[in-house]
Every structure is written in structure tokens, then in C-alpha cells.
Design a protein around this ligand. Structure first.
Ligand SMILES: C[S@@+](CC[C@H](N)C(=O)[O-])C[C@H]1O[C@@H](n2cnc3c(N)ncnc32)[C@H](O)[C@@H]1O
Length: 453
């Protein structure tokens, strides 16, 4: 598999020299990581994907340097702003090491260093987490590059072809960064690197570069196993959504598990509806906390299959987590459009003690925001009708262009239009491994509400 990397043309020594509008220059200097084609005033058509592009100011002085992509409206992903600097494999290795270092409190099942006081952090030995985001693109200063870690397998996801010539350096840098001896708990030995390509670049790479290929290490013979807060999960790294698992919802899944655990502790059965469930992480945490009736809704049959498997693992881990509770839960899966399914369930008078709604992004562009807000209003209205008296509604949004305030407004309006009243328990956002480094980086928001009768 390493042959794929060896066949790649290395990054060229050529630099693309660009002049840009004053407004774009201001934005780059204030930390915006994207330079759009429409902001380029000269040098627009020169360069191959992965060439380094140098942005000069009006006085012909160096202003910034980044990766050029002639096919993307985001023509340059900015790597560095300020004084001239050499961008090469060593520079990249340092950035990757910084990103890994920033997440040190997540690694392993013991050890780690507290950012605040420099003292040791004790991890929860009983509830290990072995999958997390190591590199969060723009928010870690590496725009268009995401790296997720799953118990020794790294998934490198590219959102621009500009990273392709740099892949050998990415793999080499990751291998060092994940085992640095100065980290109390490094993530561990890098056994395998899987490549995933964003939709806009899938199918456009050089020979061997395709979505789901293994760049280094053993081939994949099925989903890989990992732990999330002590629960066993699997992820299809080659074909699953994103990089195989929605790592960004880890803390929220744990929160739902705790809320369900509180309700189960106060007696009675507990029915959970996990809408847009994908591989079932939310309801699996609810199952581990003692929920006895789980219904999953997703358009993907394959994801629903894995959801059943994850519930089994979660239930098997119950005694270790929370003592013997109930028997095995009833599990139902419904493959279909979530809006239609929720409408049918409401017509049939179905009720659940906890309803989780975690839809895909409805707005990545500014002109999609109104449509996204209407979708949140509708999903909250439909979901609220399904929540039993005093039940819990957890609703998330991963639409980058929708603000937290406008999202919460639509959720409250949807609940009111279902003739229900609600009190907000908590509003949440990004976990620590998904830092927010620029304005559109804050995509995830979620709210947990208690609905009154
Ligand atoms: C953000 S992900 C959900 C992640 C999941 N809750 C978890 O914790 O892993 C969104 C999911 O919605 C599903 N989906 C997209 N459109 C859908 C639709 N119209 N109806 C049902 N499911 C849909 C996708 O297959 C995907 O699994």
C-alpha cells in the first residue's frame, strides 16, 4: 500500500505568486483561512493542486502562504500569515505534533497533564475513549485536512486535492506525532492510515488515490473496534459517514446516557427514539444506562445494522458501568425518511421517554440558511409530539451557517407549535478535540430540554 505514496508526484518547488483585494488581505491577516478565487486580482490561473501560493500585499511584501487548488472556489487554504516561512515536511510535522499535543488530556486511560495547573490528570479507567479527532482542519491551522484516530488507525480526510502531493509528509508526520515521548500518554502506535476524500474531490485524484484506500499498514477486513466512554463501538473507516463515526457528538452521547440513567434510576421502563441515528451512538449510551426499549431511525440500512451491534456491546458492558439493570432492551430499526417516520409515529400516538434528533447539516452555504431553519422548526415540532409527559428532547444541529441563537429559536418555536412546553436543561457545543479556530468552525450546537405534560 505504501506504493501508492511512493508513486505520488512530490509537491512542486514552484510558487504561485498572487495579489489579492485589500479586503481579502485584511481577512487573511485577521485569521481567516480561506482565499476565494474572486478575491485574487492577479496570478489567478497559474499553478497545480498542492503548489504553494504566496500572497503579496500592495507593496509586494510577503503576506501569507498556503496550498493552491485551481479547481476549488477556495483557491488557497492559508497555512501561515506574517513573516516569510519555509513550508516543508518538517513544518507540517511540527503542526501535526502541535495538534496531537493539544489533545493530550484525551489520550489513554491514565495520565495526561492538566492544562490549567500542569498537574497530572487521572482518566476514568473504567470508561476509556480510544477514538478522537487529532487534526480538525482549519481549526488546527491545517485547512482542508482532518485526521481522526481509531485505536491505532488514523483516517486522513481531505477536503481539497491540494493535500494529495503532501500525503507522504502527512503520514510520516503523524507517525512521529502520535508516539512523541514528551507526551505523558501519546495516542499510541500508528498501525494503519486510511484515506477518505471529501465529496468535491472524490474520483479526481491520481492513480491509486481513491476514497477508502489504505495508504499505510494492513488492509481493512471490516469495521475497526474502539471505545467511547467505556462502550465498545465499531466504525467502517473506508465507507462510513465522515471518517466512520461522528466523533464530534461523543460528549453529547455521554450526556444523553447520564440523563437517561437518572430517569431509569428513579424507576420504570425507559423508551428511547434515536432519530437520524446513524450507527446508534446515542441510544447505545442510553442502553448502557438502562433504557429498555430503543427505536432507531435512519435512511441508511447499513448504519442501522451497526446500531444493533452497538446496542449489544453497550448492554454487555452494563454490569461494569452501572450494575445489573433490567434485561436486554427491545430494539427496533426503521429505515426511511426521518420526517416521514416521525409524522407516522405521531399519527399512531407513539410516545417515548427520550427523543434524540441529530440531523445531517442542512446549511453549508449562506443561501441555505432559511431552508435549514424551516427544517429545524419542522423536526422539533414532529419530535415534540413524540415525547412523553416529563420526557426529554435532545436536538442537535451541525449546520455551520446556522447560529446557535437562531437554531434554539426554531427548536422552541417547533415545540410550542406542537402545543408543548419545555424547559432547557443545557445547551452544548463542541468537544475538546474539535476546537473552534475561525468563524465557520463553530458548526455544532445542541440543546437538551425537559418537556412538560
Ligand atoms: C449527523 S448524522 C447522525 C449521527 C448519529 N446521531 C451519531 O451519533 O453517530 C446524520 C444521519 O442522518 C442520516 N440521514 C440523512 N438524511 C436522512 C433522512 N432524510 N432521513 C433519515 N436519516 C437521514 C444519515 O444517514 C446520517 O446517518
Amino acid at each position: 500500500m505504501v506504493a501508492i505514496l511512493e508513486r505520488l508526484d512530490p509537491p512542486s518547488d514552484r510558487r504561485v505568486a498572487l495579489r489579492v483585494t485589500n479586503d481579502a488581505l485584511r481577512q487573511l491577516r485577521s485569521g481567516h483561512p480561506w482565499l476565494f478565487d474572486r478575491s485574487i486580482t492577479s496570478g489567478k490561473t497559474a499553478g497545480k493542486a498542492g503548489d504553494l501560493a504566496v500572497v503579496f500585499d500592495g507593496e509586494r511584501r510577503f503576506a501569507a502562504i498556503g496550498l493552491y487548488d485551481p479547481r476549488s472556489p477556495i483557491r488557497v487554504r492559508i497555512l501561515h500569515v506574517g513573516r516569510p516561512t519555509l513550508i516543508d515536511g518538517d513544518w507540517l510535522a511540527d503542526r501535526l505534533a502541535d495538534a496531537v499535543d493539544r489533545r493530550r488530556s484525551l489520550f489513554g486511560t491514565s495520565g495526561g497533564i492538566d492544562e490549567a495547573d500542569g498537574g497530572p490528570v487521572e482518566h476514568d479507567q473504567a470508561h476509556p475513549t480510544t477514538a478522537y479527532r487529532l487534526v480538525h482542519g482549519e481549526n488546527d491551522g491545517l485547512p482542508g485536512l482532518v485526521v481522526d484516530w481509531y485505536s491505532g488507525s488514523a483516517v486522513v480526510k481531505l477536503y481539497t486535492a491540494a493535500w494529495i502531493p503532501w500525503l507522504p509528509s502527512v503520514v510520516a508526520g503523524l507517525s512521529v506525532a502520535t508516539q512523541r515521548s514528551d507526551l505523558r500518554e501519546a495516542p499510541g502506535v500508528l498501525e494503519r492510515v486510511v484515506l477518505r476524500l471529501g465529496r468535491s474531490i472524490a474520483g479526481s485524484g491520481p492513480p491509486g488515490i481513491a476514497d477508502g484506500v489504505v495508504l499505510a499498514g494492513p488492509t481493512l477486513d471490516g469495521p475497526v473496534e474502539f471505545f467511547e466512554n467505556g462502550l465498545p463501538f465499531t466504525a467502517d473507516l473506508a465507507h462510513g459517514h465522515k471518517t466512520g463515526h461522528f466523533l464530534d457528538q461523543r460528549d453529547n452521547r455521554s450526556l444523553v446516557g447520564r440523563l437517561v440513567g437518572d430517569a431509569v434510576g428513579s424507576g420504570g421502563g425507559h423508551r428511547v427514539l434515536d432519530v437520524f441515528s446513524c450507527t446508534g451512538g446515542f441510544a447505545a449510551h442510553a442502553a448502557a444506562a438502562g433504557a429498555d426499549d430503543l427505536t432507531f431511525v435512519d435512511v441508511s440500512e447499513r448504519a442501522l445494522e451497526l446500531a444493533r451491534h452497538h446496542v449489544d456491546g453497550a448492554v454487555d458492558s452494563r454490569p461494569r458501568r452501572s450494575g445489573p439493570i433490567n434485561g436486554r432492551p427491545e430494539v427496533a430499526t426503521v429505515a426511511g425518511d426521518a420526517f416521514d417516520v416521525m409524522a407516522h409515529m405521531a399519527q399512531a400516538g407513539r410516545q417515548f421517554d427520550t427523543v434524540v434528533v441529530d440531523p445531517p447539516s442542512f446549511a453549508n452555504r449562506a443561501d441555505q440558511v432559511d431552508r435549514a431553519l424551516a427544517a429545524y422548526h419542522r423536526s422539533a415540532r414532529l419530535a415534540a409530539r413524540l415525547v412523553a409527559p416529563h420526557g426529554l428532547l435532545f436536538h442537535a444541529s451541525c449546520s455551520a451557517r446556522v447560529t446557535e441563537a437562531s437554531f434554539l429559536n426554531q427548536i422552541q418555536r417547533g415545540i410550542a407549535d406542537a402545543n408543548r412546553e419545555a424547559s432547557v436543561l443545557t445547551v452544548t457545543g463542541h468537544p475538546v478535540d474539535h476546537p473552534i479556530g475561525f468563524v465557520h468552525g463553530a458548526y455544532l450546537k445542541a440543546v437538551a430540554l425537559r418537556l412538560t405534560p
